[in-house]
Design a protein around this ligand. Sequence first.
Ligand SMILES: *Cc1c(COP(=O)(O)O)cnc(C)c1O
Length: 376
Amino acid sequence: MRKLQMVDLKSQYEKIKQTVDTSIQEVLDTNTYINGPKVHEFQKSLEDYLGVKHVIPCANGTDALQIAMMGLGLQPGDEVITADFTFAATVEVIALLQLTPVLVDVDMVNMNISLDGIRKAITSKTKAIVPVHLFGRAANMDAIMDIAKEHNLYVIEDNAQAIGANFTSRDGVKRKVGTIGHVGATSFFPSKNLGCYGDGGAIFTNDDALAHTIRGIVNHGMYVRYHHDVVGVNSRLDSIQAAVLNAKLPLLDEYNAARQDAARKYSKAFEGHKNIIAPMICDSCDCHVFHQYTLRIIDADRNALMDHLVSKGIPCAIYYPIPLHSQKAYVDTRYKEEDFPVTNQLVQEVISLPMHTELDDEQIKFITDSVLEFFS
Ligand SMILES: *Cc1c(COP(=O)(O)O)cnc(C)c1O
């Protein structure tokens, strides 16, 4: 059996080595390291893939979120609602811009931001909602857009974990997540569903004026060379990373299907187990692209299961071990523990198993057998 890894980028690379190497070599041969043709090519291909008017590449997913918020003109003191159960980057940029983060609890079934939580958190200062499509599953964008419309709020989708996932609206229209809100942000960190070989990110929007504003912000606030109209940042996707992404984007659907296939096999093995709650899999709609495959372990010792798996050479991880409202950097007297029952429970119960594009049946069986063996 091949060595088990949380994410197996090496086996994936071996299969695409030729295309990736050629694409990188072209950058070296043409010496176009910054803003070269590879970056433009990638931008266009991603716009086509997502069905969105504008993709603005940038340096990483955290920048993408920050720049999206800057582009919307959010001001210090504006309240921005986001989920308590996510990676810290989401709340970090809100705080960095001196906006006021308002963390709300998540839903137990899909682990995405709680709709009731959003409704209760809205005040006259609320300006935006940042749903995170956590672990690759689309948040309920119909409901979130309805709430936003009713209260005149912006929606900034944190799509770092769900690129390629579809959300089917109640009118039957299927759209890529990240393109439904006013603006979306994604990351091409190597382990993400569409990963480069370094750092990378992008912002998406269908709004022409916002896209124009953002294109200036990523480039030192310049709209005309050496005229700095707004305070911007320096956030670029470099050509070598774009070369990798050009080679991988055509494979994204195949990669996501491989993740879904692995998830289905995992879930089948765990079906009906009294201590394991497997993620819900919807066969018809593609709304989950399994950036992570995350179980809840109930009435059993999750940490002991982790030790058991590690002792058998199976990597696993807790995403995320501490709710954001309990993190030192984000504690706030406005938060009460009873406002976060689901997140507080999830951090005790969740465990993520290896999930990537290269898992084979032998590996999956070894992993599921080892999990089941722990309970027997
Ligand atoms: C990875 C990630 C980010 C940040 O992306 P980077 O490219 O690492 O800056 C933001 N939000 C979520 C939910 C993520 O998983």
